[in-house]
Design a protein around this ligand. Structure first.
Ligand code: 5AD
Ligand code: SF4
Length: 439
């Protein structure tokens, strides 16, 4: 009799790359006889895939781990692992501080999980926070399991060499590396063969992609154009980009590659040159605004998205106003905004903080402006005809929900199956989604 499958529960925090990594970890452990389950109570192994980007990340992980005490008491064979950027940053400290933990694995070592898991079966603990020479992706199982829907993430690049003064990513994810072109194409083709119709290319600095193909390296635009040749793949997106890596070819692709969707996440963080300089961003506010103009010149309907940090050390009210001015000038469709949080080990953590009440107040003012812009961008879709890729049933009976080309959620009363890409006329704009009807 073959052994009954062991049960794996993964809890994922943070960015889309963690979502992708969690899927890959589940597949890697699939080879060791694990299948994924939806609750920690039924699990033989619990993995927390953690994020370290903002404050109290480690504390949240420790308090989550504390909650598993009862489960471990009830089932001494239960294995508990910590993966992701907190694992990378804290390393062996996690094993010391929380004896419930059996395994700690950093983001560059997931391909070693099967060996690590085998080691646990002998009653030991396992720790791996190396930055190995070999690329994890190319040692993870190639065949991806059936995906749940018509959209998928595909990591093409990882790590960052930019060293923004506030950011832990260059330390937790390591130096920038790009996957070889052939691997990316093979993975995309496999996804499409499984029914995926939209792929989002992922990377911490995805537009710095420079994947080897034998003779030289390809930039992101060339990769996108090549992926666009895959028949059955209807939509391509990518995230997250740095303004400095937005080259001419990638700008042009927004105008001439039909499968590249009109939505661009291009974080600027601040609109003040003084702060941008202290952040080590390597560009001015003016350069960013000109860049957006060039993109809009080739793709006028592009929906711009971004990230902002308010209350960066020594940010004055005038600096903050410059951010508000930049937002007003660019006009965003959807943004993320955060209050600065000092990350130990980063250069900005040494600098004097802005008064927290002032920082909160700025965050509220910025978020109010961004929310207005988001609503305006959504309302402006009413009356237009857009492509919608249906993903799943909506809240109301008979309704389907999918994403528009511009990444708006759209509800339509129709019987289209998930995976159908249809033309939809937008008839209404609600607080967080659009409504429409099939054309
Ligand atoms: N404090 C606040 N926000 C941060 N981000 C990254 N590091 C910090 C920090 N220390 C934000 C940036 C980045 C996004 C992923 O998280 O806006 O683009
Ligand atoms: Fe962090 Fe800056 Fe790199 Fe983005 S570009 S991951 S914010 S260091």
């Amino acid at each position: 009799m073959p052994d009954a499958p062991k049960k794996l529960f993964i809890k994922t925090y943070g960015c889309q790359m963690n979502v992708y990594d969690s899927e890959r970890m589940a597949e890697a452990l699939g080879g060791n006889g694990y299948e994924q389950v939806g609750t920690p109570e039924e699990a033989d192994m619990i993995l927390l895939n953690t994020c370290h980007i903002r404050e109290k990340a480690a504390e949240k992980v420790y308090s989550e781990l504390g909650r598993y005490k009862g489960l471990k008491a009830a089932n001494p064979d239960l294995k508990i692992g910590v993966a992701g950027c907190v694992a990378q940053a804290e390393g062996a400290e996690i094993l010391r501080r929380q004896p419930l933990v059996d395994l700690v694995v950093g983001p560059q070592s997931y391909h070693r999980l099967p060996e690590m898991e085998a080691k646990l079966r002998d009653g030991g603990t396992a720790l791996d926070t190396d930055f190995p020479e070999e690329l994890k992706f190319d040692h993870l199982p190639g065949a991806r399991k059936a995906t749940r829907g018509p959209t998928a993430f595909l990591t093409v690049q990882e790590g960052c060499d930019k060293f923004c003064a506030f950011c832990v990513v260059p330390y937790t994810r390591g130096a920038e590396v790009s996957r070889p072109v052939s691997r990316v194409i093979a993975e995309a083709e496999a996804l499409v063969a499984q029914g995926v119709r939209e792929i989002t290319l992922l990377g911490q600095n995805v537009n710095a992609y420079h994947g080897p193909d034998g003779s030289g390296t390809w930039g992101l635009a060339r990769l996108i154009r090549r992926l666009a040749e895959i028949s059955g793949l209807d939509r391509i997106r990518f995230t997250t980009s740095h303004p400095r890596d937005m080259d001419d070819d990638l700008i042009a692709a927004h105008g001439d590659c039909e499968k590249l969707m009109p939505y661009l996440h291009l974080p600027v963080q601040s609109g003040s040159d003084r702060i941008l300089k202290r952040m080590n961003r390597g560009h001015t506010a003016e350069a960013y605004i000109r860049l957006v103009e060039r993109i809009r010149a080739v793709r006028p309907d592009i929906l711009m998205s971004g990230d902002f940090i308010v209350g960066f050390p020594e940010e004055t009210e005038a600096d903050f106003q410059a951010t508000m001015d930049l937002v007003a000038e660019v006009g965003y469709g959807q943004c993320y905004s955060f209050k600065y949080s000092a990350r130990p080990g980063t250069p900005a953590a040494e600098r004097p903080l802005v008064d927290p009440a002032e920082a909160n107040d700025r965050l509220h003012r910025l978020q109010a402006l961004l929310a207005r812009q988001q609503q305006q961008a959504q309302d402006a879709m009413v009356g237009k005809e857009v492509g919608v890729l249906f993903e799943k049933p909506g809240r109301l009976p008979g309704q389907m929900v999918g994403k528009s080309d511009h990444l708006h959620a759209v509800h339509v009363t129709c019987d289209a199956a998930p995976g159908v890409l249809a033309r939809v006329k937008i008839t209404e704009s609600g607080p967080n989604s659009l409504g429409g009807m099939l054309v």
